[in-house]
Design a protein around this ligand. Sequence first.
Ligand code: TYM
Length: 329
Amino acid sequence: MDIVLSGIRSTGNLHLGNYFGALKNFIKMQHENQCYFFIADFHSLTTHPTPADLHSNVRQVLAEYLAAGLDPEVATLYIQSDVPEIAELYLLLNMNAYIGELERTTTFKDKVRKQPENVNAGLLTYPVLMAADIIIHKATKVPVGKDQEQNLEMARKFAKRFNRMYNVSFFPEPQPYNFGQKLVKIPGLDGSGKMGKSEGNAINLSDTEEVIRKKVMRAVTDSGPTKMNQTKPEPIQNLFTLMEVVSSKDTVEYYNEKYNQCAIRYGDMKKQLAADINTFISPIREKIIEIYNDTSYLHKVAELGAQKARENASKTLKEVREIIGFKKF
Ligand code: TYM
């Protein structure tokens, strides 16, 4: 049995990238493994949310996790800030994390470019907090999308460094995971790059049919193929990639053939894609609304998760303190 862990920042709604990059894999694994899923609200502070936004975002993400199929009875589903042991492990790991390696992280460099007015120390040490999240439960498998590969590499580095420094084999090395396949990158609708909250190109699990249709119809395309069987340029390949995750094989094949024969009508393809996304999302969307409004259920889930997560985290932390040399007088 593996110890499986994954998380999501509480900075907005879950989108198709989150679902197909990470969440779907957790849901498949939750019954056979010891699973931990959490909402990274400490991480979300790097963008300075207001107290009201912080709280409502966590509530939304919790409702969305549950609506998408996470079972809080079998998996441990918790909110990061309910487990202060994570913050302490983060502090301890920070002592062995070096400025140079943190500055070289791609996600940090991206943030520096995108938000030069707010390059805070939390952003710099983001991979250290992520490592603490993972290794506090001694997780071995971490279902994530392609964008988190480097952060996972850092987590392995910090785990190994701790073991080496204290001459122990205490922390296992966490591996990014996607059922033996490559990690996925779900593209956005703007013609390039990945689907993301901050990129403004995402389809959310809570989007209405009308919103989905508008977003898909606006997706970037070109004037169509001119040669039989030509390679698809990125914006077109992106539409096909999205179709591959939500539509039937026959549908994907049909549009592939049309493309290869230079007979594709992007308008038709988009209508089909929007309809298939809506078919996938609509049962989840309905559940999100139901669960979001059920305060007593959300309270129960969060309490149960916090208790289970803390129990395990405090055990790890107690051992870490002993290894490091903290002793009672
Ligand atoms: P976040 O909140 O950006 O995304 C949550 C998960 O969704 C995946 N994902 C994608 N996968 C494929 N294609 C996409 N377009 C796409 N967009 C997002 C992400 O890879 C991730 O798995 N730092 C993390 C949260 C975190 C975490 C952790 C994750 C904090 N601590 C410990 C795992 C383990 C983040 O910002 O993910």
